[in-house]
Structure formats: C-alpha cells, structure tokens
Design a protein around this ligand. Sequence first.
Ligand SMILES: NC(=O)c1ccc[n+]([C@@H]2O[C@H](COP(=O)([O-])OP(=O)(O)OC[C@H]3O[C@@H](n4cnc5c(N)ncnc54)[C@H](OP(=O)(O)O)[C@@H]3O)[C@@H](O)[C@H]2O)c1
Length: 281
Amino acid sequence: MSSPIKTYCIIGDPVQHSLSPLMQNAAFSALGIKSSYISFRVPSRDLKTSIASLKSIGIAGFNVTIPHKISIIQYLDELDNTASISNAVNTVKNDGGKLVGYNTDIYGFIQPLYKRNIDFKGRKVLIIGAGGAAYAIVTALSYEEGIAETIVVNRSSHNASKLVQHALKLGLNTHKEEFGNLSKLASQSDLIINSTSIGLNNERSPIERDYINPNSIVYDIVYKPIETDLLRKAKEVNARVVYGYEMLIAQGAQAFEIWTGCEAPIIAMKKALFGIFGEPK
Ligand SMILES: NC(=O)c1ccc[n+]([C@@H]2O[C@H](COP(=O)([O-])OP(=O)(O)OC[C@H]3O[C@@H](n4cnc5c(N)ncnc54)[C@H](OP(=O)(O)O)[C@@H]3O)[C@@H](O)[C@H]2O)c1
C-alpha cells in the first residue's frame, strides 16, 4: 500500500506574497516525495481556531509568518530548543498528533553571513524591527563572539523594549533607540538589518542613501521584491548587500529537513524561485 499524501502549509496575514509554496513543492517533487504545500491566510483573531482545525485534519507540518510567530506559541504542544530560546516559531511539525514548534529563521538568517565569512568582532549592528523575525535574529547574533553593540529601532517603542530585554537575557549588548534617529544610527553601523515589513509593498527605504556607509553590510530580510528600495540604495553607494531570498532558502531548507528527514534539494528550490536565469548577482 502506498503511503498517504501529506499536506503542509504556511499561515500568515498577509500570506499571498509568500514564495514558500513554490519552493517547498519543488523540493517535494525533486525528491519524489508525495506531499503538497499550500498557503492559508489566517487573521490574528482566527489563529486559535485555525491551529485547532489544522490539528484535527492531521496537517503534517506548517510554516508561520507575519504576524503570528510569537502569538502561536501558546497553541503548540511542545517547543524545540530553537523555538524556546528565541521565543518565536516559524516551523511546526506534527509529531504523532503533537504540534512541535521550531525556529529555522535563526539558521536561515545567519547562513548568508557565514557564506560571506563575515567577522562579527567589534561590529556595530543595527536591527530595524522587533517582530517575530527579529527574535530569531538576536538569537542568531547572540551566538557570535565579540559584537560591539546591537541597537534596536522599532516603530513601537514598547515592542523594541521587549526585544531588548530578550536580547539582554541572551547575553547580547543591546539597547533601543528612537525611530527618528534611524538615519544617524545607520551611518554609524557596520551591519544594518531590516526586519520590518517595510519594502513588502515597495515602500521607500526607511534610510536615505546618504546615510548608508559604503563600508557597511546591508541585509534586508524582505524577499519580495528581491531588490527592495533599501538594497537598491545600498548598492548605489557600493555597500555590500544580503538579500532576503538567501534567508528564505536557508530557513526553508531546514524546515524541509525537519519535516521529511531528507537533505533539502537546494538547487531545485533555487530553480523554482529563479527559473533558468539563475540567482541574481
Ligand atoms: N527572508 C526570510 O526568510 C524572512 C523570514 C522571516 C520574515 N521575513 C520578512 O520579515 C518581515 C517581518 O516579519 P515578522 O514575522 O517579524 O513580522 P511581525 O512579527 O508582524 O513584525 C513586523 C515588524 O515590522 C514593523 N512594521 C510593520 N509595518 C511597519 C511600518 N509601516 N513602519 C515601520 N515598521 C513597521 C513592526 O513594527 P511594530 O512593532 O511597531 O508593529 C514589527 O517590528 C516580513 O516582511 C516577512 O516577510 C522574511
């Protein structure tokens, strides 16, 4: 008897921008795994009932995106170490009826920086945003030796404070600054990370070009459009850039491995995203 087809999904609001269905279905197909992956828009008010419904239909696993990465924790049965340390979940596996939360954004975020052999010692890091993804980012940075300081700037000062408290507990030298000081702070930073949703709707960069230091690295975790206005401006001043799609692929590969136990077919996943033209330079 052949094994039943497993179903996976991503939940979020908005979720229509997500490239995870394209990437994960390509991965299943490349390895001949009979599974499918779809997206569900789940508004915050429906999160609890939606999780219960996914559990009752025997969903094999799912990803979690904006704005549920923190609020979902209360509805899960167990947390893996990555999720409990970061206090955020982006991947859930149904383990014999138990929903277990993981965080693959930690690995997904740091992987593109490792690929570039970035030395973190003495670096000043600026994180814009304090949502679910930012919790994974501070967790990843807390494992790096010698970062001089990490500054959090966020629209809501209250959310910035909560993230700073979390980062301090992880041993990261962190404090918050006002959103209005963003440009000045950017000009003094070695690594600038946008972890807000700014850019997702082609919004203007929160930092003007003249405030981007050409010696800095600018990392925008927004992956659609591939080149946000922030990255475009960073490239104009010859700063090094890290694309959000690099994190997307790395976090998705680790999620695939958690669900299937198989090594993720990265080439097939990239091909699904970029077609025959390959990765942007
Ligand atoms: N490349 C990847 O693999 C990857 C992985 C994870 C996330 N992401 C992307 O990262 C972004 C954030 O995801 P998340 O899960 O952290 O979302 P989230 O938990 O909903 O947090 C959103 C963050 O963006 C801020 N924000 C939203 N709209 C804003 C605006 N108009 N002006 C200023 N700040 C604004 C929020 O500030 P407040 O606290 O003030 O509300 C908060 O800090 C999304 O675009 C998501 O697609 C990409």
